[in-house]
Design a protein around this ligand. Sequence first.
Ligand code: 13P
Ligand code: SF4
Length: 314
Amino acid sequence: MNATLPTGDALLDAIDTLREERNAVILAHYYQEPEIQDLADFIGDSLQLAKAARDTDADVILFCGVHFMAETAKILNPDRTVLIPDLQAGCSLADSCPADQLAAWKADHPDHLVVSYINCSAATKAQSDIICTSSNAVRVIESLPPDRPVLFAPDRNLGAWLQRETGREMDLWPGTCIVHETFSERALMDLMVRHPDAHVIAHPECEPAILDHAHYVGSTSKLLRYTQESAARRFIVATEPGIIHQMQKANPQFDYIPLPGQDETCACNECPFMRLNTLEKIFLSLRDLEPALHMDEDLRVKALKPLERMMALG
Ligand code: 13P
Ligand code: SF4
């Protein structure tokens, strides 16, 4: 019965009480709604969240992000309860690269190493030699033996950016993020003309046409750090605008302009999967201890190997 769900401050208090009773930790990605970021115990990018999940001693991990992130937490914590407020919180990149299709691609390229972006399912991870995130991808590519050819999945934009950054040729899976592929170059040019002092900061999941204009390209945590360390005072933000909440908290006096999508009237620069999580679903999830992630042990062990190789790089 959800008719008696608390609201407002009572809802926040009820979440706090449950968090304590369950000995739960709430992890949230930067693309979550500001109210979720504000109640989380830890906010971060994909790599920081995977490390926080690995290092926690809580009994319950409530993951406010998307499914592949909660799965990663489960791979690293088989004995803890891992909850995700909404099981439908998927990811277009993860969906673009089913494990059987990656396996067929691998079979056609038996000499290649497979590097998979963490935005993929556990089954796809299990087919990979090593995982990377947008934070450590350059380091991961540079760690590969130079004589081995490489398959990179599933984000072709991150892959193309990595090729430019590292000089390493790779075969790229044709996946994209529905949020980052929507950014409008025309809107970006208009904003750059209007705000010539602004620095363009972009996530590497953006199309090359956007990245070509960027003063700085990096993961969400690196974009946040750039706004704190660069000399600029105005930023055009080419990633999901949820990150702007932390930028504003750190430096409210600066100006952050979210880059709109092709249709400038829609909110298509917001990730529809990330935004499925709500305070009400967090409350219900902690109350009922579901939806919980369950994973076949054989699959978990296979998916753990390439993740551990990534984490061993530091
Ligand atoms: P990072 O936060 O790791 O940069 O990833 C962005 C993203 O799209 C997560 O789905
Ligand atoms: Fe996936 Fe893109 Fe959403 Fe990240 S922003 S979870 S890559 S759809």
